[in-house]
Design a protein around this ligand. Structure first.
Ligand code: HEC
Ligand code: HEC
Length: 355
């Protein structure tokens, strides 16, 4: 019986992969109508919407009743003992009931880091990669199959493309991204004097577009911005996140932290309750990760495209039925700073692949 469940779920996730692969074979231009009309997309979306309706109904049960009590960790880090229990529990869950995690998957050794900063509430730091199923990880591992690379390639073109009244491209000033952009994404968001507040990579790119190129700013979630910001971040792949928080960033860091630990929404639940208190546990079809940012912009199979970190924030906010804030809002940039700090030391994985 158990085997059948595992086999069934594996087949389901293989369907996902096939759809994603089919898409990665599309020829340029890859965004726009092409993607919308692939058979995979509509089927996947329909399934997704149906699943989501069910999902929400069961959520109310989980979070409205006793489940919430159990989930309320009130911001305290899991004690080591409890943590060991969680890991064992998670392993057991993966083997017994977590359908699409195969047995070999459960034997995967998770690479964990000890946080360098003592203030980090996490007992260990684990990339979201290790919470993804084997097929999703395989997609990420293979640069040819990884559909996120379509955006990276488009980003490379945009890097060289002249735009705006100054008649310049990024390359006109920054030359080879391989050299000039290496390591940049590990430091962002940074404090930006002209604004007197934090700026993230997306906003920094728009600064260069408007101020240096005299070109139009791109929308936050436009394909152009996703591609170019992913291309820039990709130049830091494998390098550890290393955001600073103790200089002029401090007040913004504190704001981000406060947001992270504040319960909100109809379910009255905070980020930490899922990503600090319950990582490694199964939430419906997902294995909860620590909610790190090192893979973003990431290709999400459910989106069928690359998406920004702030889009992920919006999804998580709506999971709890909290108010969704605009991408690029001060609050989300501060939150970005805070969660990147939690993940300091994690290698950048852009473009990561997630379910
Ligand atoms: C006219 C020259 C010029 C052009 C064109 C230009 N930039 Fe810049 N960029 C700069 C300068 C100069 C800086 C250093 C910060 C400053 O003084 O504003 C900078 C800073 C940056 C940074 C921050 C680097 C860091 O270490 O913090 C990024 C990222 C960046 N640019 C990306 C881009 C991208 C992407 C494009 C193309 C869309 C682009 N720039 C176009 C001149 C340019
Ligand atoms: C109800 C539980 C829940 C809450 C509360 C929640 N999330 Fe999530 N989050 C998820 C699930 C489920 C996923 C997808 C699986 C995973 O990576 O955990 C996710 C994924 C993420 C990811 C992507 C991780 C990766 O490696 O792909 C980030 C970043 C994230 N969440 C941040 C947040 C932030 C910030 C908040 C608070 C505003 C928050 N989450 C609140 C459930 C939650």
């Amino acid at each position: 019986m158990m085997r059948q469940v595992i086999r069934f779920m594996t087949r389901r996730s293989q369907q996902f992969i096939k759809q994603a692969r089919g898409q990665s074979r599309l020829k340029a231009p890859f965004w726009g109508n092409n993607i919308q009309t692939t058979q995979g997309t509509s089927v996947l979306l329909e399934k997704h919407i149906k699943k989501r309706k069910k999902h929400m109904a069961s959520w109310e049960k989980v979070l409205g009743g006793k489940g919430l009590e159990k989930m309320g960790n009130h911001g305290k880090a899991a004690s080591p003992g409890k943590f060991a229990g969680l890991v064992l529990g998670a392993l057991a869950v993966s083997i017994i009931s977590f359908g699409y995690v195969s047995v070999t998957d459960a034997q995967t050794i998770r690479r964990t880091l000890k946080p360098a900063d003592k203030r980090n509430p996490l007992p260990e730091i684990v990339s979201g990669y290790y919470f993804a199923n084997a097929e999703t990880r395989a997609l990420q591992d293979d640069d040819f199959d990884n559909p996120g690379f379509l955006w990276i390639e488009a980003g490379e073109q945009l890097w060289k493309k002249k735009d705006g009244k100054a008649g310049k491209s990024c390359a006109s000033c920054h030359k080879r991204a391989k050299d000039s952009m290496k390591g940049v994404a590990t430091r962002y968001p940074v404090y930006y004097k002209p604004w007197g507040k934090m700026i993230n990579l997306v906003q920094r790119i728009n600064e260069c577009r408007t101020k240096k190129m005299k070109a139009k700013r791109w929308k936050y979630e436009s394909n152009e911005m996703l591609s170019l910001s992913a291309y820039v971040a990709h130049q830091s792949r494998g390098m550890p996140l290393n955001v600073a928080v103790d200089g002029p960033e401090k007040p913004f860091f504190e704001k981000g932290k406060a947001y992270y630990y504040t319960r909100r929404g109809q379910f009255n639940i905070a980020c930490n309750q899922c990503h600090e208190g319950h990582y490694g546990n199964k939430l419906r079809a997902d294995l909860l990760s620590q909610g790190h940012a090192n893979g973003f912009p990431a290709y999400r199979l459910a989106w069928q495209k690359l998406g920004s970190l702030h889009r992920r924030f919006q999804v998580c906010s709506s999971l709890t039925r909290a108010r969704v804030l605009p991408k690029g809002s001060d609050t989300y940039v501060n939150l970005e700073l805070y969660i990147k700090w939690r993940g300091n030391g994690l290698p950048i994985e852009v473009p990561a692949v997630r379910r």
